[in-house]
Write a protein that binds this ligand. Structure first.
Ligand SMILES: Cc1cc2nc3c(=O)[nH]c(=O)nc-3n(C[C@H](O)[C@H](O)[C@H](O)COP(=O)(O)OP(=O)(O)OC[C@H]3O[C@@H](n4cnc5c(N)ncnc54)[C@H](O)[C@@H]3O)c2cc1C
Length: 382
C-alpha cells in the first residue's frame, strides 16, 4: 500500500543507507555473527557518513535533523538486505534520546562529538538479575560522596555492554516509602572507571551480531558531573523514552516480517516438490497472501504511530499497542514463511532461520507483550 510517511530527503537517505548496507554490511555479516559483534570501525564509518549523528545538533558535528523517520529508513534498509546493524538501533533510537533530552551544556560538549562520529559506543543498563519488567524494583544503588556518586550493583542482558564506552546506569539514589518510582537516577559510567567490570557475554539464540552483557559495579566512583538530568527523577525519563524504544522494536518487526515474505517468495519459486515449484501450490499462495495482508495491516498502524511520534503525540498506551501488535504479527508471519522452506528453514545458513531466531526477543525486550497488555489495560481503566 502507498505510504505517505517519507519526503524526498528521507528517500535520498534511503539510497545512502541501501548502498552502505549492501557494500559494508552484507559481505561481512557472517563473519560478524561468528565474532558476536560489528567491529568498531564500522560504527566510525557510519559516523563519517553522517548516519549516527542525524539528530545531534550541527554545532557538535551532527546533522541537526532530529527526525525519527531517518531511523525508520535505516532499519527498513537493513531488514531488506536480511541483516541488522548490530547495536546501532539501540544507540540511535534508545540511548541517544536520553543524551539529547537530558545532557547539560558541558556534557553535550564532552560527549556529542564522539556520539556523532561513532567514536563513542553506548549502552543503557536498566535490567538487573532480580528485576526486569518491574523497573521500580531496581537494587543498584548510588550514594553521594562529595563530588562523586558511589555506584554498587549488577545489571544483566545489556545490549552493547561489552563494547560500550559510556553506559547509562539507572540506580537508586533515594527511597520514598509512598512512591517507589521516586528516587531513581541516570548516571553515565565510563569505560575504565575502577570497579566497573563486564562479566559474561551472554550466549543468545539470535541477534548474534550484537553483544549482550552482564555488568558489575563495585564502589564505582562516578563524578557528579556524569549525572544525566535531575537526581531522583529517572523513572519519569524512562517513561518518556520508552514509547520510542517500543516503536523502534515495532519498526524492526514489520520490516523483518516483510523481508521474510520476500525470502519465502524467492525460495518457493525455485524449490520444486512433486515436480512443480512449491510456489505453485495453493497453500503456498494462500499462506503468503495472508502474511502479506498481516504485514500491510501492521504497517498502516505503525506508520500512523510514527507520524504521531514525529508530531510528539504518541501516547504510552498507543506505543504499547503498536509494539504488541507488530511483534506478535512478526512471530506469526516469520513462522509461516519458515514453514514454506521445509527442512532448509531450520538451517542457520538460510536467512529465514536467522529472522526466526532474531524475532523471538521482540516480544520480550523493551517490555514484554504481557507488560504491554498491562499498560493498555490501564488506559482502558482496568
Ligand atoms: C537480547 C536482550 C537484550 C536486552 N537489552 C537490554 C538493554 O540493553 N538494557 C536493559 O536494561 N535491558 C535489556 N534487556 C532486558 C529486557 O528488557 C528484559 O528482559 C525484559 O524487560 C523482561 O524482564 P525480565 O527478563 O526480568 O523478565 P521478568 O520481569 O522476570 O518477567 C518474566 C515473565 O513474567 C511476566 N510478567 C512480568 N510482570 C508481569 C505482570 N505485571 N503481569 C503479567 N505478566 C508479567 C513477563 O511478561 C514474563 O513473561 C534485554 C533483554 C534481552 C533478552
Amino acid at each position: 500500500m502507498r505510504r505517505d510517511l517519507f519526503t524526498e530527503d528521507h528517500e535520498s537517505f534511503r539510497e545512502l543507507a541501501h548502498d552502505f548496507v549492501e557494500k559494508e554490511v552484507v559481505p561481512h555479516y557472517p563473519e560478524w555473527e561468528k565474532g558476536g559483534r560489528m567491529p568498531r570501525e564500522v560504527f566510525e564509518k557510519m559516523g563519517s557518513l553522517g548516519m549516527l549523528g542525524m539528530a545531534i545538533p550541527e554545532e557538535y558535528g551532527g546533522g541537526g535533523m532530529p527526525d525519527y523517520r531517518y531511523n525508520v529508513v535505516l532499519q527498513e534498509e537493513s531488514a531488506k538486505a536480511l541483516v541488522t546493524l548490530s547495536t546501532v538501533r539501540t544507540q540511535l533510537e534508545v540511548i541517544l534520546p536520553y543524551f539529547l533530552h537530558y545532557a547539560n551544556a558541558e556534557q553535550r560538549t564532552r560527549w556529542f562529538p564522539g556520539l556523532a562520529s561513532g567514536a563513542l559506543l553506548t549502552a543503557v543498563a536498566m535490567t538487573e538479575p532480580g528485576t526486569g519488567s518491574d523497573l521500580a524494583g531496581m537494587r543498584t544503588t548510588a550514594v553521594r560522596d562529595g563530588d562523586h556518586w558511589i555506584v554498587n550493583g549488577a545489571k544483566t542482558f545489556i545490549t552493547g555492554g561489552m563494547q560500550a564506552d559510556l553506559v547509562i546506569v539507572v540506580a537508586r539514589t533515594s527511597t520514598d516509602p509512598d512512591n517507589r518510582r521516586k528516587g531513581l537516577t541516570l548516571l553515565v559510567v565510563e569505560d575504565g572507571m575502577p570497579g566497573f567490570t563486564r562479566g559474561r557475554e551472554l550466549e543468545k539464540m539470535g541477534c548474534k551480531v550484537q553483544d549482550t552483557a552482564e555488568l558489575s559495579f563495585v564502589d564505582v566512583r562516578v563524578p557528579a558531573a556524569n549525572v544525566l538530568g535531575e537526581v531522583d527523577e529517572a523513572f519519569g525519563y524512562l517513561g518518556h523514552n520508552l514509547p520510542q524504544e517500543r516503536l523502534t522494536v515495532a519498526v524492526g518487526s514489520v520490516a523483518q516480517a516483510r523481508s521474510a515474505i520476500g525470502a519465502a517468495i524467492e525460495y518457493t519459486q525455485s524449490r520444486k516438490a512433486f515436480g512443480t515449484p512449491v510456489a505453485s501450490f495453493q497453500n503456498t499462495k494462500f499462506e503468503l497472501a495472508a502474511c502479506s495482508t498481516e504485514v500491510e495491516a501492521a504497517q498502516a498502524m505503525l506508520d500512523r504511530a510514527v507520524t504521531l511520534h514525529v508530531d510528539g503525540e504518541l501516547s504510552a498506551p498507543d506505543a504499547a499497542r503498536v509494539k504488541l501488535f507488530c511483534t506478535e504479527m512478526q512471530a506469526r508471519v516469520i513462522d509461516r514463511c519458515l514453514q514454506l522452506f521445509g527442512g532448509y528453514g531450520y538451517m542457520m545458513e538460510y536467512p529465514i532461520a536467522r529472522l526466526y531466531t532474531d524475532a523471538r526477543v521482540a516480544r520480550i525486550y523493551a517490555g514484554t507483550s504481557e507488560v504491554m497488555k498491562v499498560i493498555i489495560a490501564k488506559s482502558l481503566g482496568l
